[in-house]
Write a protein that binds this ligand. Structure first.
Ligand code: NAD
Length: 513
């Protein structure tokens, strides 16, 4: 639990047992502005380095992360409540994967890019990718190490400085990211962490970063989008999800059941890519539901830090207990069958039993609102078409899943689901791997995290156009002043030649393409 002690500091507590871990400062508006000046100065030095030198410096982080992995997992687990194994698998591991990929690929991804010109054959164009300046990273509590670490790695490789404002619920993981960067001997001024509540995040936007990467809720994302728009700050918004899983009759029952249980309950369901609703065609509905319930009842709930001792850790943020419990209660009252879990908080600390609901329908809130907790509701649908239209009945569009043996059929469904990213016969991994673009449509936000596109988003793509051949140029181009009757006739002739339907026009276009 985290509570403000006064205006200048706040508490960080272990959600598994309520223990006070640390009291941290709330950075004021003035302090945030001062930090911005320092990072700006350091960024100017950093941007002068060749990309290969930046990659070599950031690459030093690898050894540090590998060596400190057990301690980092403990830090994450203690303030977030997830089992240590999940902290290794979801936070430290993917940070290393992102580091490894981008350190090797950044110079290829950001190499100057030639643009094909259809008409102006006497000139050539290319894009150069240059750093934006200072990137602000505002992050949530569910991946408190991975999200700030991966966003920072990309921003640094792109030549930017970084200011991280971590969630007030799990800020120590981001401070651990900073300490790893210091140990890797990255300029200590170049990356800074400012701690505090929402006001500190708002102050960071007021301090006018050159790009903002925000990961968090739709409600905060909307406020942040407005604040950025007022200041013309480009932003990447990674917001909520309500991932549907579509399961067809021919799916492999055992694999699908295991996948749904892990996809629904890893990180206690507190993943933006968590399986949040399942649509099954009639032939597989009952057998799958009962197998998922059986596997779920066997999961061990418990203390986060014990290695290998529990599958389901604590609920990190107090409000998620109320939200999840009220969604389950609403579904129960409207006729849902509770096949596993369904109980309120268990024992000391904040734990919820993973819950499987059958016979759900779209009048229930649990099929529409983000739970961000351990509940997986099932609904029977008539066929694949109904599954797709139900999956698309959502204001969110982040991740989705399709399970089927016929890959062609699965692919056709995947392409019709209105989300940023779909996995076929697997779950969750698309949210964290370096090469895969992760981003939403609808109210799940805009822009992407990870993938080559994400690195480019953290740069200005500047366009340069120049003469293609050396040697003297004509003193005047035919389309420049003065405008005369003759030049007008020339323009008409040009339009006819290049855009008209005659055979010579088509030939001219083909020759130029
Ligand atoms: P949140 O929106 O409450 O907070 C996120 C961050 O924003 C915190 O650091 C918070 O202090 C800061 N903040 C709050 N008000 C602010 C303001 N006015 N100006 C600037 N900063 C402000 O989100 P949360 O509860 O920490 O995280 C859970 C949400 O994050 C869920 O909805 C989940 O789906 C989403 N999420 C999305 C992704 C993704 O990749 N799309 C990944 C993880 C989590």
């Amino acid at each position: 639990m985290s509570a403000i002690q006064d205006q200048t500091q706040f508490e960080v507590r272990n959600p598994a047992n309520g223990e006070l871990i640390e009291v941290l400062p709330v950075h004021s508006r003035e302090e945030v502005h001062a930090v911005m000046q320092r990072v700006r100065a350091a960024q100017k030095r950093w941007a002068r380095l060749a990309i290969e030198d930046r990659a070599a410096a950031v690459g030093r982080l690898r050894e540090v992360l590998v060596r400190r992995a057990p301690e980092l997992a403990e830090t994450v687990s203690r303030e977030n409540g997830k089992p240590r194994q999940e902290a290794l698998l979801h936070d430290v591991g993917p940070s290393l994967a992102v580091l490894e990929y981008f350190v090797h690929e950044a110079s290829r991804i950001l190499a100057p890019e030639r643009i094909h010109l259809a008409l102006l054959k006497h000139r050539k164009s290319y894009l150069v990718y240059q750093p934006k300046g200072v990137v602000a990273v505002i992050s949530p509590w569910n991946f408190p190490f991975f999200l700030p670490a991966s966003d920072t790695i990309l921003a640094l490789l792109a030549g930017n400085g970084v200011i991280i404002k971590p969630s007030e619920v799990c800020p120590r993981s981001a401070l651990a990211v900073k300490s790893c960067l210091d140990e890797a001997e990255i300029d200590p001024e170049l990356v800074q962490v400012v701690t505090g509540l929402g006001e500190t995040g708002a102050a960071l936007i007021e301090a006018a970063p050159d790009h903002l990467v925000f990961t968090g809720s739709v409600a905060t994302g909307r406020r942040i989008g407005v604040a950025c728009a007022e200041r013309f700050i480009p932003c990447t918004l990674e917001l909520g999800g309500k991932a549907p899983a579509v399961v067809l009759d021919d799916a492999d029952l055992e694999r699908t059941a295991h996948a749904l249980v892990w996809g629904g309950f890893a990180n206690a369901g507190q993943i933006c890519a968590s399986v949040e609703r399942v649509y099954c065609t009639p032939g597989i509905y009952e057998p799958l539901l009962s197998r998922v319930a059986e596997l779920t009842r066997a999961l061990k709930i418990g203390s986060a830090s014990g290695a290998g001792s529990a599958d389901i850790g604590a609920i990190t943020f107090p409000r998620q207990v109320e939200i999840t419990t009220s969604l389950v209660e609403d579904a129960r009252q409207k006729g849902a069958r509770v096949l596993a879990g369904g109980t309120g908080p268990e024992g000391r600390g904040r734990f919820l039993a993973p819950t499987v609901l059958g016979d759900c329908h779209h009048e229930m809130r649990v099929m529409k609102e983000e739970a961000f907790g351990p509940v997986v509701p099932f609904m029977k649908v008539a066929d694949a078409d109904e599954a797709v239209s139900r999956a698309n009945e959502s204001h969110l569009g982040l991740g989705a899943y399709v399970f089927a043996s016929d890959l062609e059929a699965a692919r056709r469904i995947a392409e019709r689901i209105e989300v940023g990213s779909v996995m076929i016969n697997d779950v969750i991994l698309h949210g964290g791997l370096p090469e895969m673009p992760w981003g939403g449509i609808k109210q799940s936000g805009h822009g992407v995290a990870r993938s080559d596109r994400a690195l480019k988003e953290l740069c200005h793509a500047r366009h340069i156009n120049e003469p293609r051949l050396p040697g003297p140029l004509p003193k005047r181009e035919p389309h420049w002043f003065p405008y005369t009757e003759k030049s007008e006739r020339r323009i008409l002739k040009f339009l006819k030649t290049f855009f008209g339907g005659s055979a010579p026009a088509r030939l001219a276009r083909w020759l130029l393409s």
